[in-house]
Design a protein around this ligand. Structure first.
Ligand code: NAD
Length: 480
């Protein structure tokens, strides 16, 4: 399979005519080739987006909405095909792609197709000065959307949908590690009747394509999701150009479990919050703090449940944990398990690679891993691993666990399990993170602000926040 760029409404070859290998992580084999694009392709995409901008930004919200709803319906029509493509490309169980990734891409387009119809401008009456102000909210122009490999279509469309709905035109780059569903989205955009140039998708590497999008003077805003180091590099280029920036970066999220919690619900959810998508969700809770009275029980029950998880072929319905997305990422996770051992950690479950029989024998699989006996401030507990690896630690007091939880450079999300209302509110206020889940995890309402504090990023996605990000306010003052 050979993928193509989507520029000015056409499927195009990269200017270089060069292609990069794309791997199926469950077999370790190359199964497709993606354009090795460069700044020439980005230049063509920006030119197409600029040419499309005047007409698209003038299109009424209801027309934009109708096109986005058509696109949502087409993704829904192709749900099975897209779920299979996502699973093969990313390594996640196809059951997860079918239940979460692709439905969420549909929801992203539906949500912003309808939200755009409800965005209103403010007015301020200056009483006593005989003046009235109204604030126009205008699309910023051509914007860049860059996304990672963990939830490919889910996160790609979480940026593209609000940008287009707000009246911007887009140059987007999916991760070169998981490009296939973005390629499918190009074809569906044509079928949905999206005008040429409104969405342009340029495939290729971060250093060539991503950085060319960020550095282009006519790209007015960058919406990025990915690693903190990449976010820093993007900010270094974009900040002196005064571009609007939304950065959703890494995490090292705490999962705090008090003895008074609803134990069964906590245990079932903690399995998911630790190992869903092979632990490759930025919101996974990888540092599990357990109040001492239930620590031993939790350790026993959690290890037993984790040892029973089925690791293997992502296409098998019974699989709980699929393949790690790439060989370099597999090596990185294994090196952190080794580091944890060197730091004195004791591996309670997992800790080793898995070689399934049959078609997946060459794939990159790691058994879900639980480590105990590490201090809160060691590297294993401070650095993002982004894989099926969690640590468990006992605690005695609220003050102590708050200090542990807030000790990292990241601040994306946190989970707290307690039946005490006052403790829940206290922790919600004191935890240094953009999102706090109490007695649940990954329960999403698309209207809510989504994003991190500290080194987990700047800005918020979700709800009207994203539409505001892709628009610029202009105040008009009229004296009467
Ligand atoms: P990454 O930063 O390596 O890559 C993300 C995207 O940026 C890719 O498309 C990549 O090609 C591109 N890129 C790389 N270098 C670039 C550059 N110099 N300029 C512009 N673009 C560049 O991240 P990844 O490995 O794909 O994803 C994993 C990371 O993403 C983890 O740190 C994870 O926590 C984070 N993440 C965060 C969220 C969130 O909402 N905060 C969600 C998902 C993933």
């Amino acid at each position: 399979m050979k993928l193509l760029n989507y520029i000015d409404g056409e499927m195009t070859e990269p200017a270089s005519r060069e292609y990069i290998d794309n791997y199926d992580p469950s077999t370790g084999q190359v199964y497709s080739h993606i354009p090795d694009s460069d700044e020439r392709d980005v230049e063509a995409a920006v030119a197409a987006a600029e040419a499309a901008f005047p007409a698209w930004s003038d299109t009424s919200a209801d027309v934009r909405s109708a096109i986005l709803l058509r696109l949502a319906a087409l993704i829904e029509r192709d749900l099975e095909k897209l779920a299979l493509a996502e699973s093969i490309d990313q390594g996640k169980p196809v059951s997860l792609a079918r239940a979460v990734d692709i439905p969420r891409a549909v929801a992203n387009f539906r949500f912003y197709a309808t939200a755009a119809m409800h965005l209103a401008n403010e007015s301020h009456e200056s009483v006593g000065q005989a003046a009235i102000n109204y604030t126009l909210r205008q699309p910023v122009g051509v914007v860049g959307c860059i996304s990672p490999w963990n939830l490919p279509l889910y996160l790609f469309t979480w940026k593209i949908a609000p940008a287009i709905a707000a009246g911007c035109t887009v140059v987007a780059k999916p991760s070169e590690v998981t490009p296939v569903t973005a390629f499918e989205l190009s074809k569906l955009s044509i079928e949905a009747g999206l005008p040429a140039g409104v969405l342009n998708i340029v495939h290729g590497t971060g250093p060539k394509v991503g950085s060319a999008i960020v550095a282009h003077k006519n790209v007015k805003a960058i919406s990025f999701t990915g690693g903190t180091a990449t976010g820093e590099a993007i900010a270094r280029t974009a900040a002196p150009m005064f571009k609007k920036l939304s950065l959703e970066l890494g995490g090292k999220n705490p999962n705090i479990i008090f003895a008074d919690c609803n134990y069964d619900e906590m245990l079932a959810t903690t399995i998911r919050s630790s190992f869903s998508n092979q632990g490759e969700i930025c919101l996974c809770g990888s540092r599990i703090f357990v109040e001492r009275p239930i620590y031993q029980k939790f350790k026993r029950d959690f290890s037993e449940r984790v040892n029973a998880l089925q690791v293997g072929d992502p296409l098998e319905p019974a699989t709980d944990v699929g393949a790690i997305v790439s060989r370099p990422h597999f090596d990185k996770i294994m090196s952190y398990i080794e580091l944890a051992r060197q730091e004195g950690g004791h591996v309670l479950a997992g800790g080793q690679l898995v070689r399934p029989d049959g078609r997946c024998s060459g794939g990159w699989f790691i058994r879900p891993t639980i480590i105990e006996g590490l201090p809160f401030d060691c590297r294993t507990n401070q650095e993002e691993i982004f894989g099926p690896v969690v640590t468990i630690m006992p605690f005695d007091t609220e003050e102590e666990v708050l200090r542990y939880a807030n000790s990292v450079r990241y601040g994306l999300s946190a989970t707290v399990w307690t039946e005490s209302l006052s403790r829940a509110h206290h922790f919600a206020a004191e935890l240094e993170s953009g999102i706090v889940w109490i007695n649940c995890w990954l329960l999403r309402d698309l209207r809510t602000p989504f994003g991190g504090v500290k080194d987990s990023g700047v800005g918020r996605e979700g709800g009207f926040e994203a539409l505001r990000f892709f628009t610029e306010e202009k105040n008009v003052c009229i004296k009467y």
